[in-house]
Design a binder for this molecule. Structure first.
Ligand SMILES: Cc1cc2nc3c(=O)[nH]c(=O)nc-3n(C[C@H](O)[C@H](O)[C@H](O)COP(=O)(O)OP(=O)(O)OC[C@H]3O[C@@H](n4cnc5c(N)ncnc54)[C@H](O)[C@@H]3O)c2cc1C
Length: 527
């Protein structure tokens, strides 16, 4: 295949025909000589607001590749690389027991998928319920505020990402084509095909639910076993090596290889592991609020008059305060919802989600301020305690509901009484409260300073009627579990994996880390 980059088409173009014409012209060949076109990248180039274009990278099959390539000298035209994920079953050590994976979020999922594919028949333990049951539990929580601490927006089949925007962007550099393989696996199980080439790929909660189920069924068909509503409650060691695990505070399962893909919210499990002397350290993270604006205004600010011809717009903005604090937008959800994503009784945390179509009236995003040991203390788990304190306060001031406030009132430190031009879009009940009461002064000051600055970039950003809600405290794991070059912890046999272990931030990077752990296990153990 020949790869062509930088194919620019105006936003009104007809996908297939105009692309074919443009490619043939660029290669100076007839359209009939082109046997096949595959889009490998697509992005919206909105740098010139009065001339927004769609930029493509395509792989094409032609009758005589060498003749075409020899007749053209252009850095944007070359032989398409062979982008295939490969792995090697080189392990020689025997496994006495089946490997166990704790957590069926993206990290545990991809590790389980590949260990099953290679015949290791893993056991997957997940404290939350299967996705269909989980969906009912979460919807019930959003309606009644009755939380199931083991099966909720953070915990359950598919992990934290199931009720999300399903944005798949990542900053992870991936020379081994793990990401491509992960996306192919997602598409094979129901994800939209454009995630393979969109610059900002997303799936949406409505599709994620069925995709996760399909992947589970494929993993079972390859010999693995699932234990849902099952919690890892302890580890049993001998000479600092894993010998067995305890589940649900009673059952013991002999185990030599344990993949710990527990996510950033498994606080009881972090405490159990810390008590068992699993080495970990504090890791900086960020906390803050979520802000909602009218999506149409965001579309206009990003695309001007062309916005009606383009999908809902997103934004990514950062700011350094005068007191040197980083404030940035995080997990922006165009046409989405702000959701109550709590997982602990009497603690309240929020996040954002959207469906594939991103078709609500509001744009929302987290606005978060970086915090570190200097802010919350140097003892291990102090970061976690800092999160808990913020979430307890959020729960209290909202009377168990999501605390909300208009931006103008937040600045004036008063409780709002009604919404104005921006209408609330939430999953979970909310109540007016003074969000200033949740945070230390340096966080409130940083947020206001940043929002005023962002208003210079996106005109509606600091409008009085913007809706704030809190608290966004689980932006990444507050700890990193130490692992060596074989990705094993200080306790032999335990493989810390994904976001909870502090090696990922987001669906794709967690899934990539799951594959890295899979590769280390098959390099050591034979199936
Ligand atoms: C509402 C929401 C929206 C999000 N939106 C996005 C987005 O659009 N894009 C993006 O990239 N990221 C998003 N994220 C973050 C993303 O979901 C996580 O980064 C990702 O899921 C981390 O994957 P993981 O497999 O490491 O952990 P998780 O997905 O957190 O999975 C860990 C699993 O382990 C289980 N577990 C924990 N403790 C135990 C135990 N003791 N025993 C048994 N099982 C246990 C949990 O139940 C959970 O299912 C969102 C998160 C939330 C909550």
């Amino acid at each position: 295949m020949i790869r062509l980059r930088q194919i620019k088409l105006n936003i009104d173009h007809d996908n297939q025909n105009d692309l074919l014409k443009k490619v043939a012209k660029k290669l100076q060949i007839s359209e009939n000589d082109i046997k096949n076109i595959v889009i490998s990248k697509r992005s919206i180039d909105a740098r010139k607001k009065d001339n927004i274009v769609i930029s493509y990278e395509v792989d094409i099959q032609v009758n005589d590749e060498n003749k075409v390539l020899n007749s053209i000298c252009n850095k944007d035209i070359f032989i398409a690389p062979n982008e295939v994920y490969t792995y090697h079953l080189s392990g020689t050590k025997s496994l006495k027991n089946r490997p166990v994976i704790v957590g069926f979020g993206p990290a545990g999922m991809m590790c389980a998928y590949m260990l099953s594919k290679c015949g290791y028949k893993p056991i997957i333990i997940e404290r939350g319920s299967m996705v269909d049951k989980r969906v009912k539990q979460v919807e019930n929580f959003w309606e009644t505020n009755k939380l199931n601490p083991n099966s909720n927006v953070q915990f359950g089949e598919g992990g934290a990402g199931t009720f999300s925007d399903g944005k798949l962007n990542t900053l992870v550099k991936d020379k081994e084509y793990r990401q491509k393989f992960i996306f192919e696996t997602f598409v094979k199980n129901g994800a939209p095909k454009e995630i393979m080439y969109d610059a900002k790929p997303h799936i949406g909660t409505d599709i994620l639910k069925s995709m996760v189920k399909n992947i589970r069924e494929e993993i079972i068909s390859m010999g693995a076993e699932f234990m849902f509503d099952t919690t890892l409650t302890n580890i049993i060691l001998k000479n600092n090596e894993l010998e067995a695990i305890e589940i649900n505070n009673k059952t013991i399962i002999p185990c030599q290889v344990l993949v710990l893909a527990i996510g950033h919210s498994a606080r009881d499990t972090f405490r159990m592991l810390y008590k068992n002397k699993l080495e970990m350290k504090n890791k900086p993270f960020a906390v803050g609020i979520r802000i909602q604006h009218d999506q149409e205004k965001i579309n206009y600010s990003q695309y001007k008059d062309s916005y009606q011809k383009l999908p809902p717009a997103s934004y990514k903005i950062t700011y350094q305060t005068k007191s040197n604090r980083g404030v940035y937008s995080f997990c922006m959800c165009p046409g989405g919802y702000v959701v109550n994503s709590s997982s602990v009784d009497k603690m309240l945390v929020i996040n954002g989600m959207s469906n594939y179509k991103r078709d609500t009236t509001n744009a929302n995003s987290a606005l978060i301020v970086t915090v570190s040991e200097n802010d919350y203390g140097k003892n291990i788990l102090d970061g976690l305690k800092f999160q808990e304190k913020l979430e307890e306060t959020a729960y209290k001031i909202g009377n168990g509901l999501i605390p909300v406030q208009l931006y103008k009132d937040y600045k004036n430190n008063i409780i709002s009484s009604e919404f104005k031009s921006v209408k609330p879009v939430f999953k979970g009940n909310y109540s007016f409260a003074n969000i200033n009461d949740i945070f230390p002064k340096y966080i409130n000051d940083s947020l206001i300073e940043a929002i005023e600055h962002f208003g210079k970039i996106i005109p509606c950003f600091n409008e009085d009627d913007a809706i704030l809600s809190a608290v966004e405290s689980r932006t990444s794991s507050p700890v990193r579990i130490i692992r060596d070059e074989n990705l094993e912890s200080n306790i032999k046999g335990i493989y810390p994996c994904g976001e909870g272990a502090g090696y990922a931030g987001g669906i794709t990077s967690a899934a990539i880390d799951g594959l890295k752990i899979f590769e280390k296990i098959i390099a050591k153990y034979k199936n």
